[in-house]
Design a protein around this ligand. Structure first.
Ligand code: PLP
Length: 458
């Protein structure tokens, strides 16, 4: 195999990849792929990992012709399930640049220029929260890692008190909190107590829960996790009241705003988060409502030094990073991951290119679409709102439908490549009911898209 041949193949491959990326980015309506099972996919593509390789052209063709068609593009305008996404073209292009640049994002010594950019984007995020001077944060792989990083910081802070060493901690959150809070509590081996809620967690309900603890449990309680926009319904807890209560009771106040945090970019929605500025830590996922490609979460701290005490890693081969010349912001000191991609870089580029006003506009559009859907639902006799739209979430029922009807409807729309809209469960007057749910992120979704989806329920 001559070098010449290798280079030629590389040029071809590079052109193919760039052509594909440009084609995907400029295509107005990416195909909504249908699910296939593993055996079907294997039959279609055969063995791809072989001693000699199958060649870039063949591998790429299999990806383009078969595999990508078994995926759902998260930015499809009629993908309104779970929390969709809609990365800007600028951010996606810069994701390619981030990869091509091969930057190690753990330490300033190696990654200064890239980390500088991430930190510029972070400054903007911090400014939206109202956290005081000195507050700062770091980009993580997502909301789960951000919640974990914050919970570890809170726990380590609590255990600084010799009375708490060796004790198993307790966290209080609400039944509306995201599953990752409970999952990450397992990772740090602490117990979770739930405040049962149908709407927001109030400070009164939290107070009752705290005062109902026995003295031993009260000693073990170290943090409260409130939600800044539940994933299911966009409900924001009483951050003001909960924040004040946490201050009074000397509890760490974490706000999980992985989904809802994007709404801070909206000048009209921001006041809904009053009290967020009291938080000790906050999770916001730019890969949800701030138009970044996967994966990009963020954890923000009121006092970043406390995160550093909890997370900074020591090791003989890492000692060089303590040298004067390496002084600077080391992202690895503030969250659980050491080697990391500078995953805030695509957000930085897109923010720098478009300006923050464009972000406010795009987030406002998501909220506007939710309100528009609310109006269309109210006018349509076949459906009714379960509750008023909140942030960009809309819960509604198709009158007369069973849980199975919702499932059949979801799969039919998906099979036909028309839309991905999934049902959810919501507690209404004490009972869980299966209902339909929209979550709007993509500003390219139209009123017509919503009308067509509602028409598919006839
Ligand atoms: C999505 C979400 C998470 C988890 O974030 P990932 O990025 O999926 O890890 C946590 N909390 C809330 C409120 C979320 O909406």
């Amino acid at each position: 195999m001559s070098m010449h041949k290798v280079d030629f193949e590389m040029v071809e491959m590079t052109l193919d990849v760039m052509k594909y990326a440009i084609g995907r980015l400029t295509h107005p309506a990416p195909e909504l792929g249908k699910p296939k099972n593993e055996a079907e996919l294997r039959d279609l593509v055969g063995e791809t990992i072989t001693p000699l390789g199958i060649g870039g052209e063949k591998a790429f063709n299999l990806f383009k012709d078969v595999l990508i068609k078994a995926t759902v593009p998260i930015d499809h305008p009629r993908h309104l399930a779970f929390v969709p996404a809609s990365p800007t073209k600028a951010a996606v292009m810069f994701d390619l640049v981030t990869s091509a640049s091969s930057i190690h994002g753990a330490y300033w010594m190696e990654g200064a220029g890239g980390i500088f950019c991430e930190n510029e984007a972070m400054k903007w995020l911090v400014s939206l929260t109202g956290l005081p001077k000195g507050a700062f944060g770091v980009f993580t792989s997502g909301g789960t890692a951000a919640n974990l990083s914050a919970m570890v910081t809170a726990r380590e802070y609590w255990r600084k008190d010799p009375n708490n060493r060796g004790k198993k901690g307790i966290i209080i959150t609400s039944s509306g909190a995201h599953s990752s809070v409970k999952a990450m509590a397992k990772v740090i081996d602490c117990d979770v107590l739930l405040v049962e809620t149908e709407e927001e967690m109030t400070s009164e309900a939290l107070k009752e829960k705290i005062e109902g603890l026995d003295p031993q449990e009260r000693q073990r309680l170290f943090a409260v996790v409130a939600t800044g926009g539940t994933t299911n319904a966009g409900i924001i807890d009483d951050l003001w009241g909960i924040g004040a209560l946490c201050q009074e009771k000397h509890l760490w106040f974490h706000v999980d705003a992985a989904y809802g945090g994007g709404a801070l970019a909206s000048k009209t929605a921001r006041p809904l988060f009053k009290g967020l500025e009291k938080a000790d830590s906050i999770t916001i996922d730019p890969h949800k409502w701030l138009f970044s490609p996967y994966d990009c979460g963020a954890v923000l701290y009121r006092e970043p030094e406390l995160a550093k005490e909890a997370h900074s890693q020591e090791g003989s081969y890492l000692e060089i990073f303590n040298d004067e010349g390496a002084r600077g912001f080391n992202p690895s000191d503030y969250q659980i991951q050491l080697t990391r991609r500078v995953r805030g870089l695509p957000l930085w580029f897109s923010l720098a290119m478009h300006g923050t006003d464009k972000y406010s506009w795009a987030v406002d559009r998501g909220i506007e679409l939710a309100n528009l859907a609310g109006e269309l639902i109210t006018k349509n006799p076949l459906v009714e709102l379960v509750r008023e739209p909140s942030l960009s979430c809309v819960l509604f029922r198709r009158i007369g439908w069973s849980a199975q009807d919702y499932t059949d409807w979801t799969y039919k729309n998906h099979r036909e490549g028309f839309a991905l809209v999934t049902p959810t469960k919501f507690k209404v007057q004490g009972n869980y009911e299966t209902v339909a749910r929209f979550c709007f992120i993509n500003p390219a979704t139209t009123e017509n898209d919503i009308s067509m989806i509602l028409a598919s329920m006839e």
